[in-house]
Design a protein around this ligand. Structure first.
Ligand code: CA
Length: 226
């Protein structure tokens, strides 16, 4: 899952990043309201963590503009203000959740899981196709026929998650790349190919009959072995 974090306090931002990465989220951190709006408009995020007090443009304005542009990405607003008025204003401007500072990291994780679960078609625990399952808590790929499992790295996990949500569909390289690497400027398309080979190795390691098929020049799809 990819999260956009808009928080100008560097210390809080890096603490949140650390915790989210540990939970297998991919995080892009930005520090101003303007950047937050720009990044969020790309609509590559599953959730946005948005501080209220931000330089250039406050969180309420960012959220209002996003919703005006039709961006429906779930938003969890963070703020030091815990007054009822701000809370109401936050919810009215389209926030899905309002988390007053200081908060426990566990609350933020729970909030992110709750607001992203709502828009998913399938319940979180049912990511499965053919003989494979994805255990999201432990980031493990499991083959139900052989009983073998293997731990996935963060990127491998994200790729597998996309394939399991869209089985038998050819997913364009660009889509996979944007969803997993997004704004990481040092990544290249060749990186995607390297990771696809890792994922394939892990599928065969657990003894799965599922294959990732490459459609030359277009993309990849997860399919049963012919
Ligand atoms: Ca702030």
């Amino acid at each position: 899952m990819r999260v956009l974090l808009v928080e100008d306090e560097k210390g809080i931002s890096s603490a949140i990043c650390q915790v989210l990465k540990k939970e297998n989220f991919t995080v892009d951190a930005v520090y101003t309201g303007t950047d937050g709006l720009d990044y969020a408009l790309a609509e590559i995020y599953d959730a946005i963590v948005l501080d209220v007090m931000l330089p250039e443009m406050d969180g309420f304005q960012v959220l209002k503009k996003l919703r005006e542009q039709g961006v429906r990405t779930p938003v969890c607003m963070l703020t030091a203000r815990s007054g009822l008025e701000d809370r109401v204003r936050g919810l009215e401007s389209g926030a899905d959740y309002y988390l007053p500072k200081p908060f426990q990291m566990a609350e933020l994780i729970a909030c992110l899981r709750a607001i992203t679960r709502r828009k998913e078609d399938k319940p979180v625990m049912e990511l499965a196709f053919g003989d494979i399952q994805l255990n999201q808590q432990e980031a493990k790929l499991i083959c139900v026929t052989t009983g073998q499992s293997v731990k996935l790295g963060t990127k491998e996990f994200q790729l597998m998650e996309i394939f399991l949500r869209n089985p038998r569909q050819i997913l364009p390289k660009e889509t996979l790349f944007d969803r997993v690497w997004g704004y990481e400027s040092d990544a290249e398309y060749s990186t995607l190919e390297v990771y696809m080979s890792f994922v394939r190795k892990k599928l065969s390691f657990v003894g799965s009959k599922m294959k990732i098929r490459a459609s030359r020049g277009i993309g990849y799809s997860l399919e049963e072995e012919a």
